[in-house]
Design a protein around this ligand. Sequence first.
Ligand code: NDP
Length: 287
Amino acid sequence: MTARLLEGKIFSAQIKEEAKTGVEEIKKNFGITPSLAVIIVGENPASKVYVRNKHKTCEELGIKSIVVEMSEHSTKEELIEKIDELNADKSINGILVQLPLPNEIKSHEEEILNRIDPLKDVDGFHPYNVGKLVTGSPTLVPCTPAGCLKMLDLAGIEIDGKRAVIIGRSNIVGKPMLHLLMSRHATVTVCHSHTKNLPEVTREADILVAAMGKPKFVTAEMIKPNAVVIDVGINRIAPKKLVGDVDFESAIEIASAITPVPGGVGLLTVAMLMQNVIKAAKLQLNI
Ligand code: NDP
């Protein structure tokens, strides 16, 4: 038996369709066009592709998109000044600083991101939004884990009462994923590089989320028969070859459902960003 393939393009199309309706409703009922400002500092080629992709998706859905390009040598103060300007601009609903920042200001990343108005923080990284997520009243949630949860829902996969295991405890994927799954009544275990007997733990999972950044690390032996496997990893192993954290070829034979890489979770991240822009606009309109 081979697993059901959870294809990102199908779910992202559904999420974008929902977002498009959300944009139209806001335009019709409140006369405003939801808007996103993305700040990109420097010339990182991968970042430029990501920013272009976000801009294109905004245009597709009727969201106003502004890209603020800043020099590689921008100072922390200049970046903060730009964020303050966008915070004060009532025509901007969402603000995102594309990561990674250049080496010269990388050490100030936390301070820079925390400067974004929490109600415009469409990446969901601000401590205010993290606190809301942890206390169970989420506002703006990080896009990748939110996309994983949305995909489980759209695929009709039950979460309540299930054993979920997450490999990875980063602030942008593993930790928010823990709170999202727990809020939906899964029993969740989070693993990391100090976890002992990892395969023993992962074999307990009805839902296994791999977010570690280690190519093809999760093999069939680590997966419970019929588990749902969500592969968040994106690892470039050759100039034109991306693989996930899961050994797809062996895992597909044992799982009941699995996301491919590429073409899985990655596509949902941008779609969820669009949903966050709409959510941010609604928060600012108090609706
Ligand atoms: P981080 O490097 O921040 O975190 C990796 C986590 O994996 C850490 O918690 C680390 O443990 C854990 N880990 C590493 N090696 C092992 C191991 N051998 N056994 C158990 N745990 C281990 O990564 P991110 O969370 O930022 O990203 C994870 C992956 O997801 C990457 O491939 C990234 O490219 C991808 N990604 C994809 C996105 C998308 O849009 N689809 C968005 C964001 C990320 P410890 O804490 O102990 O160091």
